[in-house]
Design a protein around this ligand. Sequence first.
Ligand SMILES: C[C@@](CO)(OP(=O)(O)O)[C@H](O)COP(=O)(O)OP(=O)(O)OC[C@H]1O[C@@H](n2ccc(N)nc2=O)[C@H](O)[C@@H]1O
Ligand SMILES: Nc1ncnc2c1ncn2[C@@H]1O[C@H](COP(=O)(O)OP(=O)(O)O)[C@@H](O)[C@H]1O
Length: 302
Amino acid sequence: MTTSTAVSAGRVEETASAKINLALHVTGRREDGYHLLDTLVTFAEDGDELSFEAAAADSLAISGRFGPLLSGNNAGEADNLIIRARDLLRATLDDTGQYHGPVAITLEKNLPVASGIGGGSADAAATLRGLMRLWGSELPSATLMHIALKLGADVPMCLSSVPLRARGIGEELQPVDLPGYPMVLLNPLKPVSTPEIFRRLDKRDNAAIDGLPAEADETAWLAAMRGLRNDLQGPAAALEPEIAEACDLLRQSEAEVFRMSGSGATCFGLYKTEAAALKAALALSAFRPNWYVLLTRSVAGA
Ligand SMILES: C[C@@](CO)(OP(=O)(O)O)[C@H](O)COP(=O)(O)OP(=O)(O)OC[C@H]1O[C@@H](n2ccc(N)nc2=O)[C@H](O)[C@@H]1O
Ligand SMILES: Nc1ncnc2c1ncn2[C@@H]1O[C@H](COP(=O)(O)OP(=O)(O)O)[C@@H](O)[C@H]1O
């Protein structure tokens, strides 16, 4: 039911930025089996592109390099996180008597799917942001965070898409003063199962992240990040050896910091200069033409 008539904008656009776990420490386990994390996260300047336009009826049109992977039984319209985000937001707006008319949504799926960079979570967060702009909605930030967490552990952090440290399973967020860096993402395009990676951990009470710089000093942050780790990288590389190869290629490309993101298989490299990142991306694309290589930049903290 739509209970008011105001539409604040005809068409709005949102970028769903790739999420990068620069470090991910598994520090414990909840009673429901979910693992407690301490993770340093940043976002790429690039990602999926979404648009939202008032229409006569609801629709979702998907295009882009990885669009064909989202169809049928794998996140087709009914299961797509975009649709789940739209419907959950609508239910809350309905309860508070706010407008939520029909909407035509487009998704340009540029990010590889199930690849440790949270494309689905970023799409869900972009949908919440985009529809609130389109519909002129007003919700307390706690309500929005509650909706986001229902959609997935990574969705709250994707709402702001700024560098942050996340704890719990992703609900305790603390922005950090991390500078932006030229960045290359590299993925062998081999799927890895997130639950399987968590199941294969042999240690679940690892040390938390320690000693992050308080200021945006590029060199101090690079040194701090070199001392961190991704506890999911060992199990993921054991399942998919090309992950180890991807990290090794990034090391050879003279990345200042290189590591796997999330539960894989995407790996990232951070560089001191745009020229170094460009050289790395060109060499990696030539050496592994069938892999996913993205030359981008990580966003800077506030
Ligand atoms: C590992 C991370 C790090 O940012 O990113 P991705 O690799 O997905 O990008 C996330 O914590 C992914 O969280 P989320 O998006 O909820 O993962 P899902 O794919 O829904 O979780 C699949 C399954 O993985 C296990 N799981 C997930 C998260 C967590 N903190 N502990 C777990 O044990 C659970 O068995 C869960 O049912
Ligand atoms: N819009 C979407 N984009 C990507 N995956 C989606 C989407 N909606 C639902 N999914 C489902 O979510 C799962 C995890 O996708 P994704 O967020 O890309 O993983 P990851 O966080 O590992 O990068 C996919 O296997 C897919 O079935």
